[in-house]
Write a protein that binds this ligand. Structure first.
Ligand code: SF4
Ligand code: F3S
Length: 106
């Protein structure tokens, strides 16, 4: 499966959702996740994210391996999102900031 990683937090551009052929993105307040059981590994969402936040689970950076569980857990709880909306207001400012997991809202 593909996994939304840390850089999405507080950015949430949402351009990933409209390219997903199986609509397997789920939305929280400041982050999106992929349901790993529904993802068909098509890779379409990877180039769709302007800040490179999405990885194949096989290519997840070592310090982001916990995002596999986070995606699985939260995609069970959060509502589905299928339509693009505006990015969060400070998306540009948050791109590339480290330690964003501390800011994840559930
Ligand atoms: Fe959707 Fe394809 Fe991305 Fe999986 S890899 S989340 S199926 S767009
Ligand atoms: Fe997040 Fe990138 Fe999608 S910032 S919402 S993974 S387009």
């Amino acid at each position: 499966a593909f996994v939304v990683g840390e850089n999405c937090i507080n950015c949430k551009h949402t351009s990933c959702v409209e390219v997903c052929p199986v609509n397997c993105f789920y939305e929280g307040p400041n982050f999106l996740v992929i349901n790993p059981d529904e993802c068909i590994d098509c890779e379409e969402c990877v180039p769709a994210c302007p800040i490179g936040a999405i990885y194949s689970e096989d290519d997840l950076p070592e310090d982001q391996e916990h995002f596999l569980d986070i995606n699985a857990e939260l995609s069970d709880i959060w509502p589905q999102i299928t339509e693009v909306k505006e990015a969060l207001p400070d998306a540009d400012k948050w791109d590339g900031i480290e330690g964003k997991l501390n800011y994840l809202e559930r």
